[in-house]
Design a protein around this ligand. Structure first.
Ligand code: MN
Length: 231
């Protein structure tokens, strides 16, 4: 096959203790999946069906080692959202809830970095969230741990600190929609494909970072991430 241009780079993630890497296809993100975060965003945390938005593969940054991400343009309110991330190994559509975990390759710690000012302006005008959420380097993600090695965590402390001070602290047991439910529900609307990533939503405590800040994100049982905001 002759390509008119050099093919765009494949975006991949580190897999802990493995030589092979995980190729990223699409990144789906769940909105407002912890009740306390829904409240801080001014929304009713009732158990409405989950909703999703997407980030492009160029959003993904391998954060398996300490890494920097650039402060993005056109924002004065650049927010951290610490999230449990899962990776899809096997695609499918209309995946039954009871089989959903069989499609999961593994788990990692990730950040859904957000231009909050642009997101809220779009939200309030009924416009898409793209400018707030879907930009380059907006999804630093740590090393994946394979489900075959660690199982499927249903409860684990999730935490984010900035410059050593805790900003977000919760437990993934508080997810309104579980990993299984997110996979099954999403697959009713869109056939999942190998390489897809799902970011499961952030707990309360989101807030702004500025150039020079160092974010440390943890989910118990997974590899922590350290992400510095560069100028
Ligand atoms: Mn998020």
């Amino acid at each position: 096959m002759n390509l008119a241009l050099e093919a765009p780079p494949l975006h991949t993630l580190t897999i802990a203790d493995r030589d092979e890497r995980f190729p990223v296809n699409r990144v789906f993100c769940v909105g407002r999946n912890y009740a306390a975060h829904a409240r801080e965003m001014g929304k009713d945390p009732d158990r409405e069906p989950p909703f999703f938005f997407m980030k492009p593969a160029v959003a993904v940054v391998d954060a398996s080692n300490p890494v920097g991400v650039p402060y993005p343009p056109k924002t004065g309110n650049y927010h951290h959202e610490i999230e449990l991330v899962l990776a899809i190994a096997r695609g499918g559509r209309d995946i039954p809830l009871t089989q959903a975990l069989e499609h999961v390759y593994g788990y990692a710690v990730g950040l859904d970095m957000t231009r909050r000012d642009l997101q809220l302006e779009a939200r309030d005008k009924g416009r898409p969230w793209e400018f707030g959420k879907s930009f380059a380097c907006s999804a630093p993600i740590g090393a994946l741990r394979r489900a075959r090695d660690i199982g499927h965590p249903a409860s684990a402390a999730i935490m984010l600190s900035v410059n050593g001070q805790t900003r977000q602290s919760s437990d993934i047991a508080k997810l309104i929609w579980s990993v299984s439910e997110c996979v099954a529900y999403l697959s009713e609307y869109e056939s999942l494909e190998p390489g897809d990533i799902i970011m499961t939503g952030t707990p309360e405590g989101v807030g702004a970072v500025v150039t020079g800040d160092v974010m440390r994100g943890e989910v118990a049982g997974l590899d922590p991430i350290e992400v510095r905001v560069t100028g």
